[in-house]
Design a protein around this ligand. Structure first.
Ligand code: MLT
Length: 202
Protein backbone atom coordinates (compact mmCIF):
# COMPACT_ATOMS: atom_id res chain seq x y z
CA UNK A 1 0.00 0.00 0.00
CA UNK A 2 1.21 3.55 -0.64
CA UNK A 3 2.11 4.94 2.75
CA UNK A 4 4.52 6.95 4.78
CA UNK A 5 6.21 5.99 8.03
CA UNK A 6 7.82 8.25 10.61
CA UNK A 7 9.69 6.89 13.61
CA UNK A 8 8.47 7.70 17.11
CA UNK A 9 10.60 9.53 19.64
CA UNK A 10 11.58 6.19 21.17
CA UNK A 11 10.95 2.49 20.43
CA UNK A 12 8.15 2.28 23.01
CA UNK A 13 6.18 5.21 21.50
CA UNK A 14 2.63 4.53 20.32
CA UNK A 15 2.10 4.35 16.57
CA UNK A 16 -0.70 6.42 15.08
CA UNK A 17 -2.30 4.73 12.09
CA UNK A 18 -3.59 7.59 9.91
CA UNK A 19 -6.53 6.87 7.60
CA UNK A 20 -7.76 9.75 5.43
CA UNK A 21 -11.24 10.55 4.11
CA UNK A 22 -12.47 10.02 0.52
CA UNK A 23 -10.30 11.96 -1.93
CA UNK A 24 -7.49 12.44 0.56
CA UNK A 25 -4.07 10.92 0.83
CA UNK A 26 -1.43 9.86 3.33
CA UNK A 27 -0.36 13.47 3.99
CA UNK A 28 -3.80 14.80 4.99
CA UNK A 29 -3.88 13.87 8.66
CA UNK A 30 -0.23 14.61 9.51
CA UNK A 31 -1.04 18.00 11.14
CA UNK A 32 -3.76 16.30 13.18
CA UNK A 33 -1.37 13.57 14.33
CA UNK A 34 1.03 16.26 15.53
CA UNK A 35 -1.73 17.72 17.74
CA UNK A 36 -2.73 14.31 19.11
CA UNK A 37 0.75 12.96 19.91
CA UNK A 38 3.82 14.65 18.45
CA UNK A 39 6.11 11.92 19.84
CA UNK A 40 4.24 8.98 18.32
CA UNK A 41 5.41 6.96 15.35
CA UNK A 42 3.21 7.45 12.30
CA UNK A 43 2.04 4.91 9.77
CA UNK A 44 -0.12 6.79 7.29
CA UNK A 45 -1.75 4.82 4.52
CA UNK A 46 -3.38 5.80 1.23
CA UNK A 47 -6.61 3.96 0.39
CA UNK A 48 -6.21 1.24 -2.26
CA UNK A 49 -9.44 2.01 -4.11
CA UNK A 50 -9.98 4.81 -6.62
CA UNK A 51 -13.46 6.29 -7.06
CA UNK A 52 -13.42 8.75 -9.96
CA UNK A 53 -9.76 9.36 -9.19
CA UNK A 54 -10.36 9.80 -5.45
CA UNK A 55 -8.54 7.41 -3.11
CA UNK A 56 -10.75 5.49 -0.65
CA UNK A 57 -10.24 2.46 1.58
CA UNK A 58 -13.03 0.30 0.07
CA UNK A 59 -15.66 0.46 -2.69
CA UNK A 60 -19.17 1.76 -2.17
CA UNK A 61 -22.33 1.15 -4.17
CA UNK A 62 -23.75 4.62 -3.43
CA UNK A 63 -23.26 7.39 -0.86
CA UNK A 64 -23.41 5.61 2.50
CA UNK A 65 -23.98 2.15 0.94
CA UNK A 66 -20.88 0.05 1.29
CA UNK A 67 -19.67 -2.79 -0.93
CA UNK A 68 -19.31 -5.31 1.90
CA UNK A 69 -17.06 -7.71 -0.03
CA UNK A 70 -14.66 -4.87 -0.81
CA UNK A 71 -14.83 -3.66 2.78
CA UNK A 72 -13.97 -7.12 4.12
CA UNK A 73 -11.14 -7.68 1.62
CA UNK A 74 -9.60 -4.26 2.20
CA UNK A 75 -9.92 -4.61 5.98
CA UNK A 76 -7.96 -7.86 5.78
CA UNK A 77 -5.37 -6.26 3.48
CA UNK A 78 -4.93 -3.37 5.90
CA UNK A 79 -4.63 -5.76 8.86
CA UNK A 80 -1.79 -7.66 7.14
CA UNK A 81 -0.18 -4.41 6.03
CA UNK A 82 -0.05 -3.15 9.64
CA UNK A 83 1.50 -6.40 10.89
CA UNK A 84 4.04 -6.47 8.03
CA UNK A 85 4.92 -2.79 8.58
CA UNK A 86 5.53 -3.42 12.29
CA UNK A 87 8.17 -6.01 11.33
CA UNK A 88 9.66 -3.87 8.58
CA UNK A 89 9.87 -0.61 10.58
CA UNK A 90 10.29 -2.13 14.04
CA UNK A 91 7.34 -0.51 15.82
CA UNK A 92 5.33 -2.23 18.54
CA UNK A 93 2.37 -3.91 16.80
CA UNK A 94 0.50 -4.10 20.13
CA UNK A 95 0.50 -0.32 20.54
CA UNK A 96 -1.19 0.98 17.38
CA UNK A 97 -3.92 3.62 17.69
CA UNK A 98 -6.03 4.48 14.66
CA UNK A 99 -6.79 8.08 13.75
CA UNK A 100 -9.33 8.12 10.95
CA UNK A 101 -11.70 10.58 9.33
CA UNK A 102 -14.89 9.62 7.47
CA UNK A 103 -14.02 6.80 5.04
CA UNK A 104 -10.78 6.24 6.99
CA UNK A 105 -12.72 6.09 10.27
CA UNK A 106 -15.02 3.53 8.65
CA UNK A 107 -12.21 1.14 7.78
CA UNK A 108 -10.73 1.68 11.27
CA UNK A 109 -14.13 0.70 12.71
CA UNK A 110 -14.12 -2.33 10.41
CA UNK A 111 -10.68 -3.35 11.79
CA UNK A 112 -12.22 -3.19 15.29
CA UNK A 113 -15.23 -5.22 14.12
CA UNK A 114 -12.99 -8.00 12.75
CA UNK A 115 -9.81 -8.22 14.84
CA UNK A 116 -9.28 -8.22 18.62
CA UNK A 117 -5.56 -7.54 18.51
CA UNK A 118 -4.83 -4.95 15.89
CA UNK A 119 -5.76 -1.60 17.50
CA UNK A 120 -4.96 -0.54 21.03
CA UNK A 121 -7.42 2.32 20.69
CA UNK A 122 -9.02 4.50 18.03
CA UNK A 123 -10.02 8.06 17.27
CA UNK A 124 -12.87 7.92 14.80
CA UNK A 125 -13.93 11.26 13.31
CA UNK A 126 -17.39 11.00 11.71
CA UNK A 127 -17.55 7.23 11.29
CA UNK A 128 -20.52 5.11 10.21
CA UNK A 129 -21.52 1.57 11.16
CA UNK A 130 -19.18 -0.41 8.88
CA UNK A 131 -21.16 -3.67 8.85
CA UNK A 132 -24.17 -5.23 10.52
CA UNK A 133 -24.93 -8.82 11.48
CA UNK A 134 -21.39 -9.63 12.50
CA UNK A 135 -20.15 -10.83 15.87
CA UNK A 136 -17.50 -8.47 17.18
CA UNK A 137 -14.31 -9.68 18.90
CA UNK A 138 -13.72 -8.95 22.58
CA UNK A 139 -12.76 -5.26 22.73
CA UNK A 140 -12.21 -5.03 26.49
CA UNK A 141 -9.52 -2.43 27.30
CA UNK A 142 -9.88 -0.77 23.92
CA UNK A 143 -10.65 2.93 24.38
CA UNK A 144 -12.41 4.57 21.45
CA UNK A 145 -13.19 8.23 20.77
CA UNK A 146 -16.00 9.04 18.33
CA UNK A 147 -16.42 12.57 16.98
CA UNK A 148 -19.92 12.88 15.57
CA UNK A 149 -22.30 15.55 14.32
CA UNK A 150 -25.89 15.95 15.48
CA UNK A 151 -26.56 17.27 11.97
CA UNK A 152 -24.07 15.22 9.93
CA UNK A 153 -25.80 14.54 6.58
CA UNK A 154 -23.39 11.71 5.66
CA UNK A 155 -23.29 9.98 9.01
CA UNK A 156 -26.66 10.43 10.77
CA UNK A 157 -26.59 10.80 14.57
CA UNK A 158 -28.56 7.54 14.95
CA UNK A 159 -25.74 5.73 13.20
CA UNK A 160 -23.11 7.22 15.55
CA UNK A 161 -25.19 6.05 18.52
CA UNK A 162 -25.56 2.56 17.03
CA UNK A 163 -21.80 2.34 16.47
CA UNK A 164 -21.13 3.42 20.07
CA UNK A 165 -23.61 0.87 21.46
CA UNK A 166 -22.22 -1.97 19.33
CA UNK A 167 -18.61 -1.24 20.33
CA UNK A 168 -19.60 -0.97 24.00
CA UNK A 169 -21.47 -4.27 23.82
CA UNK A 170 -18.15 -5.81 22.69
CA UNK A 171 -16.43 -4.39 25.81
CA UNK A 172 -14.85 -1.21 24.41
CA UNK A 173 -14.84 2.04 26.41
CA UNK A 174 -16.39 4.58 24.07
CA UNK A 175 -16.42 8.36 24.45
CA UNK A 176 -18.56 10.32 22.04
CA UNK A 177 -18.15 14.03 21.33
CA UNK A 178 -21.06 15.73 19.60
CA UNK A 179 -20.68 18.75 17.34
CA UNK A 180 -23.12 20.69 15.17
CA UNK A 181 -20.99 21.37 12.09
CA UNK A 182 -22.27 18.57 9.85
CA UNK A 183 -19.58 16.22 8.51
CA UNK A 184 -16.77 18.75 9.06
CA UNK A 185 -13.86 18.06 11.33
CA UNK A 186 -13.67 21.11 13.61
CA UNK A 187 -10.92 22.45 15.84
CA UNK A 188 -13.22 21.84 18.81
CA UNK A 189 -13.50 18.14 17.93
CA UNK A 190 -9.74 17.79 17.40
CA UNK A 191 -9.09 19.40 20.80
CA UNK A 192 -11.58 17.03 22.43
CA UNK A 193 -9.81 14.07 20.76
CA UNK A 194 -6.39 15.32 21.90
CA UNK A 195 -7.61 15.74 25.51
CA UNK A 196 -9.18 12.27 25.44
CA UNK A 197 -5.92 10.78 24.04
CA UNK A 198 -3.91 12.40 26.85
CA UNK A 199 -6.22 10.91 29.48
CA UNK A 200 -5.99 7.44 27.90
CA UNK A 201 -2.41 7.07 26.80
CA UNK A 202 -0.10 9.50 28.64
C1 MLT B 1 -17.89 6.30 3.15
O1 MLT B 1 -18.18 6.07 1.99
O2 MLT B 1 -17.00 5.71 3.76
C2 MLT B 1 -18.69 7.34 3.84
O3 MLT B 1 -19.84 7.62 3.13
C3 MLT B 1 -17.93 8.58 4.09
C4 MLT B 1 -17.37 9.16 2.83
O4 MLT B 1 -18.03 9.96 2.18
O5 MLT B 1 -16.26 8.84 2.50
Amino acid sequence: MIHLFKKGINPSSSTLLLLHGTGGDEKDLLPLAHVIDKDAAILSVRGNILENGMPRFFKRLAEGVFDEESLKTETENLYHFIKKSAEQYGFDSTNVIALGYSNGANIAASLLYHYPNVLNGAILHHPMVPLRNIELPDLTNTPIFIGAGINDPICPAEESKELKNTLEAAGAEVTIEWGNQGHSLTQLEVTAAANWYRRQFY
